[in-house]
Ligand binder design. Structure first.
Ligand SMILES: *Cc1c(COP(=O)(O)O)cnc(C)c1O
Length: 377
């Protein structure tokens, strides 16, 4: 019996051919395919600009730099997220302040953010956790009058919608991930989207050593162009090989989301009878791409979360612990912060079930069966 993985990217010959074409073109670093991918993805999101980078982590770091986040500033983030959301605040020299989450969505809300904003708060990073859209407008209404910027960590949320529009165009900037654990993949990669030409221009400069002209533009110019370096920056570039794969993947995005939503519905229906089990669902104001299909065990579950993961594995099912909580990790144990009871409960009692494009319905039925048996008393 093969183990059912928690995720498997949907890749085929088309992606391989696109990457090969980039290689044989002779231009493999950031170039025309990156520019094309940026335009296509920004267009899809409904944002004016896309800036492709090496990961979502570097996209988030650039977002904070572009906003002028610096030592002395605080940035509000959920602890209930992949650790990169908190780390980028440290990369910018600022202090991450953890806000709790709404137990229904796993996301920040205006209420949880309000509890932790203060005079030093420069920005808030709202995560669309696992693809479930966060309530961007209510957080924006809180932040706007206080002069606090809002950044969307949309790492998981490519293809999710918020109030009828694609997630990722609701705040000052949004950051996407193209890691294979997400939907659309380029191996590694990320994208910053924004409506602000000023933010986009600065982010382009910061991803490329602070140069005033990109290497691609310099090499394709008909005259000698001598670049200058306007500020100290980074190398956060995406390659044209990755962008070539990303363009093919973007063409498959609708199909990816559709399939995931069908499988999510099958889980929701199949698991509905388990007493006290919380199952991820669309919030009233949007739709999830179900990047992570999570469930939360009831307090009195007949089996603990870690034991259940163990038993699933014995049945050939590779599930995962739920979303981590950064404030419980050694890297962040030194900080003092507010109590995060909802975060702590959800991180301890949740798990993520296998969900990927090629998941066979017979395999999914087996997962539902095993879970139902383990969780019935
Ligand atoms: C995956 C993830 C990231 C990091 O993305 P990378 O592209 O791997 O850097 C950041 N935030 C969240 C919420 C994520 O899930």
């Amino acid at each position: 019996m093969d183990t059912i993985p928690v995720m498997r990217p949907w890749l085929g010959a088309e992606e391989a051919e696109a990457a090969a074409a980039a290689i044989t073109s002779g231009w493999i670093a950031q170039g025309p395919r990156v520019a094309e991918f940026e335009q296509a993805l920004a267009g899809r999101i409904g944002a004016a600009h896309g800036v492709a980078v090496s990961s979502c982590t570097t996209a988030l770091h650039l977002a904070l730099e572009v906003l002028g986040v610096a030592p002395g500033d605080e940035v509000v983030v959920p602890s209930f997220s992949f650790i990169a959301t908190a780390n980028v605040v440290k990369h910018a020299g600022a202090v991450p302040v953890f806000a709790d989450i709404d137990g229904a969505t796993g996301n920040l809300s205006a209420k949880t953010v309000e509890q932790v904003v203060g005079p030093h708060t420069k920005a808030v990073i709202a995560v669309h956790q696992g693809g479930v859209p966060a309530p961007i407008n209510e957080v924006k209404e809180l932040c706007g009058p206080l002069g606090i910027a809002l950044v969307e960590d949309a790492a998981c949320a490519m293809g999710s919608t918020y109030e009828g529009r694609p997630v990722g165009a609701g705040a000052e900037m949004a950051a996407f991930s193209f890691h294979p654990r997400k939907l659309l993949t380029t191996g590694e990669g990320g994208m910053l989207t924004t409506d602000s030409a000023r933010f986009a221009t600065r982010a382009r400069r910061l991803r490329e050593h602070g140069m005033d002209v990109s290497a691609a533009d310099r090499h394709s110019a008909s005259k000698i162009v001598l670049e200058s370096y306007l500020e100290v920056a980074w190398n956060y570039r995406m390659t044209d090989m990755q962008a070539a794969v990303g363009l093919v993947q973007l063409g498959k995005l609708d199909a990816m989301v559709e399939r995931r939503r069908v499988l999510a519905r099958r889980y929701q229906e199949g698991l509905a009878g388990i007493p006290g089990l919380q199952i991820v669902a669309d919030p009233p104001y949007g739709t999830s791409n179900y990047q992570s299909f999570w469930i939360v065990l009831p307090d009195d579950a007949p089996v603990g979360r870690n034991e259940l993961l163990e038993r699933l594995l014995q049945h050939g099912i590779s599930a995962r612990r739920g979303i981590m909580a950064a404030h419980l990790e050694p890297a962040y144990l030194d900080g003092s912060g507010p109590e995060l009871p909802v975060t702590e409960r959800m991180t301890a009692q949740s798990l993520i079930l296998p969900l990927f494009h090629d998941l066979a319905e017979s395999d999914q039925d087996r997962i539902i069966e095993v879970l139902s048996a383990e969780l019935s008393r």
